[in-house]
Design a binder for this molecule. Structure first.
Ligand SMILES: Nc1ncnc2c1ncn2[C@@H]1O[C@H](COP(=O)(O)OP(=O)(O)OP(=O)(O)O)[C@@H](O)[C@H]1O
Ligand SMILES: [Mg+2]
Length: 274
């Protein structure tokens, strides 16, 4: 089982300045995106799921166990978090050592940790960089190393905080494939992300955070079908949806393929004026 239940969660860094207010929701096997403007509280929220912060009130249950009753080390076996900034995560001076650190730390034997790390580096396309110093690599490669470090831990829950930062098209496609593969393996995958095109193509469910609350939560198609509410939280629908709507068609197509199929079928076409 891999499940997260959140009950009446509240959090602030300083009294009187509430960052998260009264959030209750569940996460299940559906791959889920968390979107929302800068400062909405997304990173704070996932740090609470990982036990790096404790709720001011309310509860977070991981597979039925309250994070208040678990240590950060105990939670590390269940929840992996890829940090927003890879420089906050990477501290070894050899790529392989960096990726082996997490699995070794949660009890994998040296041989297991090495095998896990090599498989994860293969998955992110950096197997040939295992002997290098992460700080001799680019920011986009360091982001991929930080992803490999978490994948190698084989946790049932994996959270990505802005995985596509600094990635070019090929990097984004690789990350999309990694997220799909992890979801296919039955892992619970949560992803904080600003790239609305990427969300449309990758996630079943989308949550919109605004001012410490969940403004919208539903199938990605339904969420993207509410441009007014997205605008309220300073978000724009994916480019392909905007194009579809700009040529006068109603509804939310999420991908180029859907756009072409809808136009061919004539659905969403605006009424022909006389
Ligand atoms: N360690 C901290 N101490 C005090 N305030 C903080 C701390 N970390 C974040 N904040 C504040 O909490 C609020 C939410 O920040 P958070 O980083 O969770 O937002 P976010 O949605 O992840 O934003 P972004 O999209 O920019 O990453 C912001 O106002 C931020 O300034
Ligand atoms: Mg953040």
């Amino acid at each position: 089982m891999n499940k997260i239940e959140i009950r009446k969660l509240r959090f602030h860094y300083s009294a009187g300045e509430e960052i998260l207010s009264d959030i209750s929701l569940d996460f299940d096997a559906r791959s889920t995106a968390i979107i929302g403007q800068n400062g909405a509280g997304k990173t704070t929220f996932v740090k609470l799921l990982k036990g790096l912060l404790q709720p001011v009130s309310g509860d977070v249950l991981i597979d039925g166990i309250n994070t208040r009753d678990m240590t950060v080390a105990g939670l590390a076996r269940h929840v992996g978090l890829v940090f927003q900034n890879p420089n906050d995560q990477i501290f070894k001076n050899k790529v392989l050592d960096e990726v082996m650190f997490g699995p070794s730390n949660i009890g994998q034997s040296p041989d297991e940790a090495r095998a896990s790390a090599l498989a994860a580096l293969q998955m992110v396309g950096l197997a040939d960089k295992q002997a290098e110093n992460p700080y001799d690599l680019s920011l986009s490669e360091r982001k991929l190393i930080s992803i490999a470090s978490i994948v190698a831990m084989h946790t049932d829950i994996i959270i990505f905080d802005e995985p596509t930062i600094a990635q070019d098209h090929a990097g984004k496609e690789r990350i999309k494939a990694i997220i799909r593969e992890l979801a296919k393996q039955g892992k619970l995958v949560l992803t904080i992300i600003h790239d609305m095109d990427f969300v449309a193509e990758t996630f079943e469910r989308t949550l919109v955070f605004a001012e410490g609350k969940v403004l919208l939560d539903g199938p990605t198609r339904e969420v993207y079908g509410l441009p007014g509410i997205l605008k309220q939280s300073h978000l724009e629908p994916p480019h392909i949806t905007q194009l579809y709507n700009r040529i006068g068609c109603q509804g939310a197509v999420l991908t180029v393929e859907e756009f072409i199929a809808a136009r061919r079928a004539g659905t969403g076409r605006p009424p022909v004026s006389a």
